[in-house]
Design a binder for this molecule. Structure first.
Ligand code: IMP
Ligand code: MG
Length: 179
């Protein structure tokens, strides 16, 4: 059993803040003339989502809903098993969905989510992810809006966790293995 400790900062709070503003601009432009139904994937996306939606232009018609999936236990490797633990409150029929995720790693979680949501007849599904870890991708999937491409490192902070911890950190850190 490996132990992990907090490593150095990969993305500091100011860098994140600027990127969130840029993303919000892109999103405001894209949803200028259509209402958006934002779907937050709990729990990893909550910090990012709450910063992001407050930077979106106030003229945008927006609703928020949340769902919770589990793809990882207290492990840094994907189990490939994705389960809905908490479903959305509202119907998504004929809505413009924007799924907000913390990170796209293997892509399995998002692919599963998109497939489930597609069956519920939304008008459109777009994806916004703060982080993209393309080296580990298993399925062919790319977010429509994304913040940073990161190397194949396990990261925590700004919503991202290891075993439930470290979500509250304001910066994104690399997790370091201790021998
Ligand atoms: P995927 O299904 O492999 O794309 O994994 C997606 C989910 O795994 C994310 O929503 C995260 O919850 C988690 N995850 C993947 N990589 C990391 C990481 O580096 N740090 C923290 N969580 C991660
Ligand atoms: Mg997550």
């Amino acid at each position: 059993m490996n132990k992990y400790e907090l490593g150095g900062v990969l993305l500091g709070r100011d860098v994140i803040k600027n990127k969130v503003k840029e993303l919000a601009k892109e999103i405001s432009l894209y949803y200028k003339n259509k209402p958006v139904h934002v779907i937050g994937v709990l729990k990893g996306s909550v910090i990012f989502l709450s910063d992001l939606v407050r930077e979106v232009d106030r003229s945008i018609q927006m609703k928020l809903d949340f769902l919770s999936v589990s793809s990882y236990g207290a492990s840094t490797k994907s189990s490939g098993v994705v389960k809905i633990n908490k479903d959305l409150d509202e119907s998504v029929v004929n809505k413009n969905l924007l799924i907000v995720e913390d990170i796209v790693d293997t892509g399995l979680t998002l692919q599963y989510l998109i497939n489930i949501l597609r069956e519920r007849s939304p008008k459109e599904i777009k994806v916004c992810s703060l982080l993209d870890k393309p080296e580990r991708r298993i399925v062919d999937l790319k977010a429509d809006f994304y913040g940073f491409t990161i190397p194949d490192e396990f990261v925590v902070g700004y919503g991202l966790d290891y075993g439930g911890y470290w979500r509250n950190l304001p910066d994104i850190h690399i997790l370091r293995k201790v021998d």
